[in-house]
Write a new protein. Structure first.
Length: 979
DNA sequence: TAGAAAACGTA
DNA sequence: GTACGTTTTCTAG
């Protein structure tokens, strides 16, 4: 550094706090990460750097650095233990921003300086002194009075938020003393925020006046006895030492052992792409645009930076430093009263309520909806969407099956009440042989519209809002369009109101907007007369489709703030939103199913079933519909007068498998045959007959549909076809699995969590014996039996182990004596004894169950270990049966739900992990605790290693489980052998 | 023809 | 005892 050079020193830590308190509390990324301070910081830096290049404006830095506090412990704590001891932890909302602001600094290509044991102020003092000694000038970007002692002819300060220079004159104006007296002034006045004692009764005015009179602190303290005011005199004498200590505390060190020299601070050019990538990740759209423009970067071509989110969360890094923590939510859980007192109507909760109240009274006006039929108008609507940055989007198609549906039109809504429908493929006239009538005129040309739509949907700076967006995502994916930034109102509702009712659009519209949408069947008819959407008149379609987009946007406006207010952003952001696209890709891939195998099995099952039917008629003495429980009941308990018949709640004879097994056990032949017949016909009708019908004609594969929001616990569900209930328990049933095959040259890998729910139980209930057993890898059911019945694990009778296994599962299900008795075929009192014994051996389980019930009652919901909430509105029901049921479900939910969250996390991480390992295999299916992959034969071993790694570490780093997660993986050519 | 009930497949 | 989805039968309209 030389004469004429100018060093800018940004007081990063102070800026963070100041910006945080100055900016609106709701400045957040779409994932809920608070970024108010980050935003302010980036804008400030950018402005400073821009000014630096406009040589005619202000001063021009040649050197630049951003300085941070390192930790809350510094050398000052050795001088005075109470120093800053009254500082409370920074607000939860602020914490993630410390790390992000350091990231920001690096993205700006600026040195990011901190030093253990020293405050940012000391580093600033040191560098300022060095620069001044070298003949340079210094501007300190801060308005902190603690730094004013550094101001000289060559060193000034700049308050970036008020755009104000602070030089010698400004210090005198503000404090009445020259900067070189600031130390003495602070020593006298103290500082309650930093816990610097000072001298009681002396404020800045008095201090300035005293210093004016006596010159400096030492002289003042020596001549304190001359002071006329009694109290002031006494205090100055009594607290003289305290004043000296205070002076030491406020004096900034100009000789901190810095590791970087000011010559390393030479201001370099911006790295445009790097900065744009970071700003995109922060979703600072305006600044992104500005920076892209100024640096000549095409923002659209740059992906948002991958800011480390998970790893930093745990690391005990410098000060409160950490990038986005796992839970960016805790602020919402902070004491609401305190927040109210501080922010009044600005709390997230208050804002969410206000928005909800507004939405519930809003009017819907079908006449305001627009039908877009020309390109210019579409352009106009798209630019409105770009302007808003948010747009609701909905596709209309001719089928519910996203893997074969054709796009008929789409709707947009950028502002409540302002929605449009864009018809593309409506048809009329008679069906020809292909079932295709003529295209209705007055529709935009398909490819033109699609191209425009692609630009909109793939623009990462525009948030696409959908309801059940996975469907639209799949449709657009098939047209070569990938939706980049999105929110899904169904998933928002699922996270916020899990267990409180349905999350379909109709239900949500009624719940939040007090509006009943046009029903699909009202415009398309029902049953045999139902028509597909492309046959619906365009004006009718417009009213329906535009309304859907309108509703979706309004729901988003209500639900997104609630997500933040309820502190559920991280659940949504980590377990729901990213999984949507993962599932869409899995569904799009489908799995190969061998038609021949199924058809052979169908024939076989049919033959055997027919044979059973003959025998059944013989035994019954007449022909009847074996599939009719009603007729069967009459034969068994009416005609044949078998004993022990029970009735179902609707008054019919119960002929369930268990009832028939009981009869069979008494030596009756017929019930056994019925059970076997049912098994065969079940396998045939549900699987071997039905599955081939699901083979997609184009892909030749079976594409299931996963629902992310169907279960209360967080599990997925699978339908059309349900591939989560493919038989495995019986030999016959297993054969169906052999029809699920890998394509040529590939292999299926099945990887499943071993005993994941019992492991979660061991973790959440904190049971030492269970934890130990899992750590040692011993048979968990045998261990339980051994504990309960005092039988050694070696050579344990199988029925003893079986009882223990049933109890272990019973615990997970919120055990009742009734249920256990049923399962084990023992008496209620015996079952009660077992449970009692179990609770004696594992008192932690009883505690867990009692606590969970109490929690559910007290707050109306329970939580998984990752914070997913499951509500039980009926937990306080006066009906004992209803209440007991809710209690059992509430006990089960954290266990089942945590396990579900774990595999969700694994799934979200799986694709990136496999990419990183250069593996080309693909994830096809999920069955609650199992993932199925299809991989090239030569990648099997590497894939298994990768998959196990991801699955076994899926809880980390959010949760450090007390129990290891174990995953077993196998490869084979079909699902039966792979499992 | 729509929907409930019963049965049964999975974790 | 928890969580699901599909099929068939049966009933009500």
């Amino acid at each position: 550094m030389k004469k004429g050079d100018h060093l800018f020193l940004v007081d990063g830590s102070a800026y963070i706090f100041r910006a945080f308190h100055a900016l609106p509390p709701l400045t957040r990324k779409s994932d809920g990460t608070p970024i108010g301070a980050v935003s302010g910081f980036c804008n400030m830096l950018w402005k400073l750097l821009q000014d630096a290049r406009n040589t005619d404006v202000g001063v021009t830095p040649t050197h630049f650095a951003v300085i941070f506090d390192y930790s809350s412990k510094t050398f000052r704590n050795d001088l005075y233990a109470e120093y800053k001891a009254n500082r409370s932890e920074p607000p939860e909302d602020l914490r993630p921003q410390f790390g992000l602001i350091r990231e920001a600094t690096r993205a700006f290509n600026l040195p990011c300086i901190e030093l253990d044991g020293y405050e940012a102020d000391d580093l600033i003092a040191t560098y300022a002194a060095q620069a001044e000694a070298a003949g340079g000038e210094v501007t300190i970007i801060s308005s902190d009075k603690d730094l004013m002692q550094l101001v000289t002819e060559k060193v000034s300060m700049y308050d970036s938020m008020k755009d104000r220079q602070i030089g010698i004159d400004e210090v005198i104006e503000k404090f009445g003393v020259k900067p070189d007296k600031m130390i003495d002034l602070q020593a006298l006045t103290g500082d309650s925020t930093d816990n610097i004692p000072g001298v009681p009764g002396i404020g800045p005015k008095t201090a300035a006046q005293l210093l004016e009179t006596y010159g400096d602190l030492d002289t003042l303290l020596e001549r304190a006895h001359e002071i006329k005011q009694n109290k002031r005199r006494e205090n100055l004498i009594e607290f003289a030492d305290q004043a000296r200590l205070s002076r030491e505390l406020v004096t900034l060190k100009v000789n901190t052992p810095v590791e970087t020299t000011i010559d390393d601070f030479i201001l370099e050019d911006q790295d445009g792409p790097k900065l744009v990538a970071f700003l995109k990740a922060m979703e600072l759209n305006t600044l992104t645009r500005r920076v892209a423009e100024a640096t000549g970067v095409e923002a659209n071509e740059i992906d948002a930076a991958d800011i480390p989110v998970e790893n930093a969360g745990r690391a005990r890094g410098p000060d409160l430093d950490s990038a986005v923590p796992e839970s960016a939510d805790s602020n919402a859980k902070a004491d609401p009263e305190q927040q109210d007192a501080q922010n009044g109507d600005n709390t997230p909760q208050a804002l969410a309520e206000k928005l909800a109240a507004e939405a519930s009274g809003a009017k819907f006006d079908a006449d305001s909806y627009v039908c877009i039929r020309d390109a210019a108008m579409l352009d106009e609507w798209i630019s409105k969407a770009i302007e808003e940055g948010v747009v609701a989007f909905d596709t209309e198609t001719d089928s519910l099956d996203a893997n074969q549906a054709n796009l008929v039109g789409f709707s947009l809504c950028h502002k409540a009440g302002h929605a449009a429908y864009i018809p593309l493929q409506h048809r009329d006239g008679e069906d020809d042989l292909l079932g295709e009538g003529g295209l209705v005129s007055g529709q935009l040309e398909f490819d033109t519209a699609l191209e425009k739509l692609k630009a909109l949907l793939e623009d990462a700076s525009i948030l696409i809002v959908g309801q059940n967006l996975k469907y639209d995502y799949l449709i657009m994916q098939r047209y070569g369009i990938t939706i980049r930034s999105y929110d899904d109102t169904m998933l928002l509702s699922y996270v916020i109101d899990g267990g409180r009712g349905a999350h379909g659009m109709d239900a949500l519209s009624e719940r939040w907007l007090g509006h009943q949408p046009i029903a699909f069947k009202d415009i398309a008819g029902t049953g045999k007369k139902q028509i597909t959407f492309d046959r619906i008149a365009i004006d009718v379609a417009t009213g329906y489709a535009a309304e859907d987009a309108d509703i979706t946007l309004r729901l988003w406006q209500v639900l997104k703030p609630r997500l933040i207010a309820d502190g559920l952003a991280s659940v949504y952001e980590r377990l729901e939103r990213p999984l949507m696209a993962v599932l869409a890709r899995m569904e799009g891939r489908g799995i190969s199913v061998d038609r021949q195998i199924l058809s052979r099995l169908s024939g076989e099952f049919a033959q055997k079933a027919a044979a059973y039917e003959e025998e059944i008629y013989d035994l019954a003495g007449e022909k009847f519909n074996v599939g009719s429980p009603k007729q069967l009941g009459e034969i068994l308990f009416g005609k044949m007068e078998l004993p022990g018949g029970k009735k179902t709640k609707s008054g019919q004879w119960a002929t369930g498998a268990q009832a028939l097994e009981d009869l069979a056990a008494e030596g009756h032949e017929l019930p056994r045959k019925i059970v076997d017949w049912r098994q065969l016909t079940k396998l045939k009708s549900t699987y071997t007959d039905a599955l081939p019908g699901y083979i997609n004609t184009e892909t030749k594969r079976v594409h299931t549909s996963y629902s992310l929001a169907a279960t209360s616990t967080g599990r997925l569900s699978s339908s059309e076809p349900n591939l989560q209930n493919i038989p495995i328990r019986t030999v016959e049933g297993r054969r169906i699995r052999t029809a699920f095959v890998a394509e040529k040259g590939k292999t299926l890998i099945s990887a499943d969590y071993s005993q994941i729910e019992l492991r979660v139980l061991a973790h959440v209930a904190n049971i030492p014996q269970l934890t130990q057993a899992f750590a040692d890898g011993i048979d968990i059911h045998a261990m339980t039996a051994s504990e309960m019945f005092g039988v050694p694990v070696e050579g344990m009778p199988s029925d003893v182990r079986r009882s223990a296994k049933a109890i272990n599962f019973g615990i997970i299900y919120g055990i009742s004596a009734f249920g256990l008795a049923n399962n084990l075929g023992i008496s209620r009192s015996e079952a009660s004894e077992y449970i009692k014994k179990y609770f004696e051996r594992f008192p932690g389980i009883k505690d867990y169950m009692d606590e969970t019930k109490a929690t559910a009652r007290a707050q109306g919901y329970v939580e998984t270990i990752f914070g997913r909430r499951i509500h039980y509105p009926e937990i306080k029901s006066s009906n004992p049966q209803v209440r007991a049921f809710n209690e059992r479900a509430a006990i089960n939910a954290p266990i089942q739900g945590s396990a579900a969250d774990i595999i969700r996390r694994a799934m979200v991480r799986m694709e990136p992990a496999m990419d990183a390992a250069k593996l080309s295999g693909q994830m096809l299916l999920q069955v609650h605790d199992e993932l199925i992959f299809e991989v090239p034969e030569n990648e099997v071993d590497a894939t298994i290693t990768c998959v196990k790694q991801v699955m076994e570490n899926a809880a980390m780093p959010a949760i450090d489980m007390a129990v290891p997660l174990a995953v077993e993986a196998q490869a084979a050519n079909n699902w039966d052998e792979a499992h």
